[in-house]
Ligand binder design. Structure first.
Ligand code: C2O
Ligand code: CU
Length: 435
């Protein structure tokens, strides 16, 4: 068993030499420590909250027991001064992350997020590996966190002009010529999409949210919506090259618009011998269902005007939708319809899905995902099977402001023969939402 100690506390977050922001950190750092785990090895995270407000930790993408999911549906929030022990056994190798699931819009922006890497024996051999957590930060003129809220932030989600990799503004990265590295990329931004380019050069995608894909896929750019992950092979490059690690212009139909913007600079130093061994087949991912499988459920995401709130972010016409239960072992084919005029990153807690089609078109390659971008006015068909982890689960838009505004669904995973009582369940927890 592996034990990790995490403490959330106010932290002077040094975003560049000599400039610190009053933020929050896990163990006094942003990002929090990279948690290293092995598939099949139990993990205990002893978490202490030293923030001036309640919090919880959600293990984003990990197939944990429902009670360990870190939402206030499944646990009382951890009050200031309290400790909570998260216990689970990671089952799948891959690039995951952790973040609060309480007052998320503020707590993530202030710096509470970190990577959790799960390894197993069957991994490609590379000349090096880095975990790169992308984020952005919205500061005011005095270098303090800009105020939260307002209609633009509610509509677009919060984006900022400080672009960070591993908590530092536009850092320099150095790499040896001739080397091939594995980069594990996590987009921890509240709302920003990263359409990743590395100097316009080809790179190879080898993994997504739920671990390795079937074979490397060569691209020159890849879109990471908020909360998404990608494992890529970078290089080989030649000595003396300088490459911009940047987000290309992406219009997700927001009020604010941005062009191509740099996140980091990669400098290629003297050559070193390469020992990289990249198999042409990484693993097999059997299809859960054919692309034209009939949907068992429709989830409708929409945005509409609201007299009281200005704008509402809805699932099936409701804020904080209560969806029907699903049964353990029963194949789920969900049509996720985005009827709004903007993109939304859909996130399912605790289970991986396969994308079967987007507006009838199959994806470029098969993969396991827990986040998928929903383009404006589109239907994305996904397939997944609830394995035997009954309890309360949820899905939501991972633009944190949209999630907060209600673009989410709660549902129960129930065992065969069990009688679901979702409404009763919601009541049992209702008091926790109003502490
Ligand atoms: Cu990153 Cu509710 O999740
Ligand atoms: Cu959204």
């Amino acid at each position: 068993m592996k034990i990790v100690k995490l403490e959330a506390r106010p932290t002077a977050w040094e975003i560049r030499p000599g400039q610190a922001v009053d933020g929050y950190g896990y163990n006094g750092q942003v990002p929090g420590p990279v948690i290293e785990a092995r598939a099949g090895e139990p993990l205990e995270i002893h978490f202490t909250n030293q923030l001036p407000e309640p919090t919880t930790i959600h293990w984003h993408g990990l197939r944990v027991p429902a009670a360990m999911d870190g939402t206030d549906d499944v646990q009382p929030v951890v009050q200031p001064g309290e400790t909570f022990v998260y216990r689970f056994t990671p089952s799948d190798a891959g690039t995951f992350w952790y973040h609060p699931h309480t007052n998320e819009t503020e707590q993530l922006e202030k710096g509470l997020y970190g990577a959790l890497i799960v390894r197993d024996a069957a991994e490609p051999v590379t000349d090096g590996e880095r975990v790169l957590v992308f984020d952005d930060l919205k500061l005011d003129r005095n270098g303090k966190l800009a105020p939260f809220g307002g209609l633009k932030q509610r509509h677009d989600g919060r984006e900022g002009d400080v672009r960070l990799v591993n908590g530092r503004a536009e850092p320099e990265l150095a790499m040896a010529a001739n080397h091939v590295e594995r980069w594990r990329i996590i987009n921890a931004s509240s709302a920003r999409y990263v359409r990743l380019s590395i100097g316009g050069r080809p790179f190879r995608i080898i993994g997504t949210d739920g671990g390795l894909i079937e074979r490397p896929v060569t691209v020159t750019e890849a879109l990471l919506p908020a909360a998404d992950r990608l494992d890529i092979l970078v290089g080989p490059f030649e000595e003396g090259e300088t490459l911009a690690v940047e987000a290309l212009r992406y219009d997700r139909m927001t009020i604010g618009r941005r062009g191509t913007e740099p996140f980091a600079t990669l400098r290629v130093g003297p050559a070193a011998p390469s020992g990289a061994v990249i198999p042409s087949v990484l693993r097999a991912i059997p299809a859960l269902a054919p692309a034209d499988a009939a949907p068992t459920r429709t989830v409708k995401m929409s945005v509409g005007p609201s007299l009281r709130r200005g704008l509402d972010f809805l699932v099936n016409g409701e804020r904080h939708h209560q969806d029907r239960p699903v049964r353990v072992g029963e194949l789920q084919i969900w049509d996720i319809r985005n009827s709004s005029l903007m993109d939304h990153p859909f996130h399912l807690h605790g289970f991986f899905f396969q994308v079967l089609s987007v507006d009838g078109e199959p994806p470029a390659f098969r993969s396991w995902e827990d986040v998928v971008n929903l383009p404006p006015r589109s239907t994305t068909r996904i397939a997944w099977i609830p394995d035997d982890r009954p309890g309360s689960w949820m899905y939501h838009c991972h633009i944190l402001e949209h999630h907060q505004a209600g673009m989410m669904g709660h549902f129960e995973v129930v065992r065969e023969g069990a009688t679901p009582h979702p409404a009763a369940h919601r009541h049992a927890h209702a008091h926790q939402h109003h502490h």
